[in-house]
Design a protein around this ligand. Structure first.
Ligand SMILES: [Zn+2]
Length: 352
């Protein structure tokens, strides 16, 4: 018997009109990515899925990015986002014999300025829910199904499908993922790129210009924090570079993924306007100064991360941070994505 095996969700920390809305460095892809990563953390064994079904405004131009995020090949389907199609997809993915799959519902509205949330169709605001389906899962009861079918948005329907969430609705549902981010309560929304007045996506940065092939090549290290353990001398090399940093051997390396949560901050700096590399001009023009931290992923591996969802300087040395895939900067006609440090929130334990 197939059914729902687990549900993971993510709602952004910013608020507008009381509803969770995405921050300036979030979009449909990053919302989906966060829910998918949480779903993977939740799975006790590293059991991959064969198919990813996406509901919401995730552009198909980013289909290449999901196998990179997951670390293995996956078949991707995009579906029209409404409660009925979500239920149909879950039924279809639940058919006996269907391979394990992830159904991800995303609510993201590029048009919604924080001062106006009219374009968000449901009552749950923005966010993403990832359903893991496969053998041994729980079937969905008829009453739950009916409630989901009559929901106002695909995200509302997704929340209605998971009774532990529905029980806490509506009071906790908008904040169930932890307190509001420590940043400005209602930050200005980023204009969408390509909307005419936004930044020029084709702008060539004078700063740390990274050609697209190198960006893609480095993503396993940047997104999945992939390091190499040397079985000859025991050293860890991060980011992975195909050669041990201690003994220089390349024949005894195996991949090791470093933890994405709980990194300890060991150094911090705030970049004021004018001090940024040019690829961050757009971000600084919109959000002002930003913080960068050096954090320990493990005793042997450090990483430099921009901080998001917080006041510049709000993360202190010794603090723990989570990491999350966010928009970094526009380059060569597209957004580049990478990990940023997120100040630890008190997570609802049922969300992982
Ligand atoms: Zn070595």
């Amino acid at each position: 018997m197939s059914g729902l095996r687990s549900v993971a969700w993510y709602r952004p920390g910013h608020r507008a009109g009381g509803l969770p809305v995405s921050g300036p460095d979030e979009d449909a892809f990053t919302l989906a990515a966060e829910a998918i990563e949480r779903s993977a953390e939740q799975a006790r064994a590293p059991d991959g899925v064969a198919r990813l079904v996406l509901f919401g405004a995730v552009p198909s131009e980013l289909d290449w990015a999901f196998p990179v995020l997951l670390g293995y090949p996956v078949e991707i389907r995009h579906e029209r986002a409404n409660p009925r199609t979500l239920l149909e997809a879950i039924d279809r993915e639940n058919d006996d014999g269907a391979p394990a799959s992830l159904v991800v519902a995303v609510e993201y509205s590029p048009d919604s300025a924080t001062s106006e949330v009219g374009s968000i169709t449901g009552t749950s605001g923005e966010g993403a829910v990832a359903f893991r389906l496969g053998p041994g899962g729980s079937p969905i009861e008829g009453s739950v199904r009916d409630r989901a079918a009559s929901s106002g948005s695909v995200l509302d329907a997704a929340f209605a499908l998971w009774p532990p969430l529905a029980e806490t609705a509506p009071v906790d549902r908008s904040t169930g993922d932890g307190p509001v981010a420590r940043g400005p309560a209602e930050p200005p929304r980023a204009p969408e790129l390509g909307a005419g007045t936004g930044p020029v996506l084709s702008a060539v940065s004078e700063g740390a210009y990274v050609p697209r092939p190198r960006y893609l090549e480095n993503l396993p290290s940047r997104w999945r924090l992939r390091a190499e353990r040397c079985d000859a001398c025991g050293s860890l090399t991060f980011p992975a570079r195909g050669r041990c940093r201690s003994c220089q051997r390349s024949d005894r390396l195996r991949f090791e993924e470093l933890p994405r949560r709980g990194a300890r901050v060991i150094a911090s700096t705030v970049i004021g306007p004018g001090g940024q590399p040019t690829e961050f001009d757009f971000q600084v023009a919109r959000s002002g100064a930003y913080q960068v931290v050096l954090a320990e992923l493990s005793p042997e591996a450090r990483i430099t991360l921009p901080v998001t969802d917080g006041t510049p300087g709000g993360v202190r040395i010794g603090d723990r941070v989570d990491t999350s895939i966010r928009r970094l900067f526009p380059m060569e006609g597209e957004w580049r994505y990478g990990r940023k440090a997120v100040p630890l929130r008190t997570h609802d334990p049922t969300s992982f």
